[in-house]
Design a protein around this ligand. Structure first.
Ligand code: NAP
Ligand code: HSE
Length: 427
């Protein structure tokens, strides 16, 4: 095999391949060797001992070498990685990638190129690190009709929210820890702004619903504006805040979103801590299933990569590479905002004056959004009060209209925060 990249994941792949030679030989009938690894810096310290002669700065030494059967793309980025993968496939090399940025945007193009060249292109590690969720959707639940997936699919943001919630750590401090531990992307903006999770939800929804769901179809909100006050209120009201991806299919219309969401403490996803991921899958026949495990990090992610490598090699022995691609069965139809029903948490600063609360409640009732909970607390500054609301289910369209009108009311100083709420807190 040849590696494109030898960083956090690439070094994990080399370690697993070295440590499991006997097992690999037993599974695939031959030994597996690293022939070349593309890197940017030949002299950098690596997390694994590797003969320096195997390192190269030239992609063609991987992509054009006839002795390399499988290319493992673990370098990240989009355009360069896409170009290299297309070149590898054209040269009849099978490809394993961990690159969700690439698969969420160019997945259908790359899979078609793989199929044309009778090659495998596997990407299990691109979603939820060490959890074999893609294989579970495509093979394990192949006989069912999946209607909903809900998941924590970004390790970095779950790590940040866990530490902020449990240890009162600051956002910046924990983000640095996540970077040092190798969970965060090279540019962590895509983690904290929810884009990494959105890419993964696009991949999950495409496979789960057999529709071509693209990144642009996912509504995204990240965690960078989540404040300590929001976390405190969540706790007091019986909720835990998590960055949740939701993909929901009703009849043939779908909604895919990623947003900080309040879950009752007793919800199974609420107890998923640190860099761990979990994906809840509802199938019409199977009912509820949940897949849980480490969502990022060197060895967990490398496990998924090496499993794909084993899959490729088994297919090589059977002579069936490039046969696994099935084009999406259904035309994509996204729900309108009027059709997306959800509960919401809202925190607003208002003037602490007679009649303010009744103006606000009137607006809610005019918009047809009803309260599940409401509380008003005085604030020390500027004769202001804080109003915190949890709504019953309402359409997203109505809720957004309400927010717009609320923001324009003279007695409203600022809408501090608004989050989706899933599930019921036991009274
Ligand atoms: P990383 O630690 O930054 O490693 C990237 C590797 O690729 C490095 O070895 C780097 O070389 C090499 N590289 C990058 N750009 C290159 C270029 N233009 N030319 C040649 N070499 C280049 O990244 P990572 O965390 O291993 O992530 C790799 C991929 O796996 C990404 O797509 C990421 O999204 C995905 N992924 C990561 C995790 C995780 O937990 N880290 C989990 C799931 C999926 P140098 O070492 O010489 O700089
Ligand atoms: N940055 C990603 C995360 C890596 O934190 O989940 C795994 O895809």
């Amino acid at each position: 095999m040849g590696l494109l990249g030898l960083g956090t994941v690439g070094c994990g792949v080399v370690k697993i391949v070295e440590n499991h030679q006997d097992k690999l030989k037993h599974q695939v009938g031959c030994s597996v060797k690293v022939k070349k690894a593309l890197v940017k810096d030949l002299h950098k310290d690596r997390l694994v001992n590797i003969d320096e002669k195997l390192l190269t700065l030239h992609a063609e030494e991987v992509l054009e070498d006839p002795e390399i059967d499988v290319v493992i793309e673990v370098m990240g980025g989009v355009e360069e990685a896409r170009h290299y993968i297309l070149r590898a496939l054209k040269n009849r090399k099978h490809v394993v990638t961990a690159n969700k940025d690439l698969m969420a945007v160019y997945g259908s193009e790359l899979l078609a190129a793989a199929s044309e060249n009778n090659c495998d292109l596997f990407y299990e590690a691109s979603v939820a690190g060490g959890i074999p969720i893609l294989r579970s959707l495509v093979d394990g639940l192949a006989s069912d009709r999946i209607t909903k997936m809900m998941g924590i699919v970004n390790g970095t943001t779950n790590f940040i929210l866990t530490k902020m919630n449990n240890e009162g750590s600051s956002y910046e401090e924990v983000l640095h820890q996540a970077q040092a531990l190798g969970f965060a992307e090279a540019d962590p903006t895509s983690d904290v702004e929810g884009i990494d999770a959105a890419r993964k939800m696009a991949i999950l929804a495409t496979l789960g619903f057999s529709m071509n769901i693209e990144l642009k179809d996912v509504q995204v909100k990240g965690i960078s504006s989540v404040s300590e006050e929001d976390l405190e209120y969540s706790k007091k009201l019986g909720y835990t805040m998590k960055l949740i991806g939701i993909a929901h299919r009703e009849k043939e219309k779908v909604e895919v979103s990623v947003a900080p969401t309040l879950l009752p403490h007793a919800h199974p996803l609420a107890s998923v801590q640190n860099e761990y991921n979990a994906v809840y899958v509802y199938g019409e026949a199977v009912g509820e299933t949940m897949f849980y495990g480490p969502g990022a990090g060197s060895l967990p992610t490398a496990t998924a990569v090496v499993s794909d490598l084993v899959g490729v090699m088994k297919n090589m022995r059977l002579g069936v590479n490039g046969k696994s691609m099935v084009s999406p069965q259904f035309q994509k139809t996204l729900k309108e905002k009027e059709e997306v029903q959800a509960k919401h948490f809202l925190r607003v600063h208002v003037k602490d004056e007679v009649g303010v609360l009744s103006h606000i409640t009137n607006l809610f009732s005019n918009k047809g959004v009803s309260f599940e909970k409401i509380l008003q607390l005085p604030l020390k500054e500027d004769a202001l009060a804080e109003v915190v609301v949890v709504t019953h289910h309402a359409s997203l369209q109505r809720y957004e209209d309400l927010l717009e009108e609320l923001a324009g009311m003279p007695m409203v100083k600022e809408i501090k925060s608004s989050y989706r709420v899933e599930g019921e807190v036991a009274v």
